[in-house]
Design a protein around this ligand. Structure first.
Ligand code: AKG
Length: 298
């Protein structure tokens, strides 16, 4: 590990409180933008690594069918992604939303290079969907909130048309697919998410989202880190490589977030040693603020 990552190794997850305003916005809209969470040094290190991985993929003809670069479970590919596992300004918010019984369930680099200028405005790199794969088709509605993603923005997405993720605010609480007027590019109420390098965009699994064309000259670079209840299966891996878990074995919360366990029923009836994040929540008063969500009866 580099010197900078070693300092992260030595510091346990810091607590950053979620404000009532943030909680209210997320509850109403299904997403939340947290500005400026990555410092310039982190932006540069992540970008340099993603640029290298992207160039390798271009050389080896590994872009996907829409010309984008995707790297699933990126946290197992390069140590530069490891600090995002418990990045204080964002991951501190996860227990407010899902409680302490959580894991990382995806870490996904997505790079979307500029597209041909004659690409239709209605083009979608990914169509409108909720997150969770097959689960969201097999579960009856209304769906529960089960997962959330934190998108770290590395390139300038402050203007629309740059391959920005699109959301339908409020769609997390509605039944069925969003209404869509005939001939309209997007369903009613759709927005393009605008964000600057270093910003994080948190959104929950029920929110309808899609990706439009990148008609700019800027290559869109993003990392999606997902968190969910530990009794759900992860999205883009089965279990993390033991060598990766070994890197965080001295930090109980990182160990939990990477999906490690201590007891044989850890995922259905966790004991305290399976879920050290529980003690962390208690230490920071989250059990008092959210008694049902954060600290169900033992
Ligand atoms: O914005 C993107 O590139 C894809 C986001 C998305 O659809 C997802 O993470 O499920």
């Amino acid at each position: 590990m580099s010197g900078q990552l070693r300092s992260w190794e030595e510091m346990p997850m810091q607590f950053v409180a979620m404000t009532e305003e943030q909680q209210g916005f997320l509850d109403t809209n299904g997403y939340l933008i947290i500005p400026g969470v990555l410092d310039q040094d982190m932006i540069e290190r992540l970008t340099a690594t993603i640029d290298r991985l992207y160039q390798e993929a271009v050389r080896e003809d590994r872009l996907n069918q829409v010309g984008a670069f995707e790297l699933r479970n990126c946290i197992a590919h390069d140590d530069v992604f490891l600090p995002l596992l418990d990045w204080p300004e964002t991951v501190s918010l996860v227990p407010y939303i899902l409680g302490w019984n959580v894991q990382l369930d995806t870490s996904h680099v997505i790079v979307r290079p500029p597209q041909a200028s004659d690409t239709a405005a209605s083009y979608k790199a990914i169509g409108w969907h909720r997150d969770g794969g097959i689960a969201v088709r097999q579960l009856p509605e209304p769906l529960p909130r089960m997962r959330l993603k934190i998108c770290y923005v590395l390139s300038d997405l402050s203007q629309p048309g740059r391959g920005n993720t699109r959301f339908i605010p409020g769609s997390h609480k509605r039944l069925g697919r969003p209404s869509h007027q005939e001939g309209a590019i997007d369903p009613d109420g759709a927005i393009e998410v605008l964000a600057n390098p270093g910003d994080a965009v948190l959104f929950e699994n029920r929110l309808f989202h899609a990706v439009g064309p990148n008609l700019s000259t800027i290559t869109r670079k993003t990392i999606f880190m997902g968190y969910s209840y530990r009794w759900l299966r992860p999205l883009d891996f089965v279990t993390q490589p033991p060598a990766l878990i070994a890197k965080v074995q001295d930090d109980p919360i990182r160990w939990q977030l990477l999906g490690a366990w201590a007891t044989h029923m850890a995922f259905s009836l966790p004991k305290d040693e399976d879920v050290p994040l529980r003690a962390w929540c208690e230490e920071h008063g989250l059990d008092a603020a959210f008694p049902d969500m954060v600290r169900p009866a033992k």
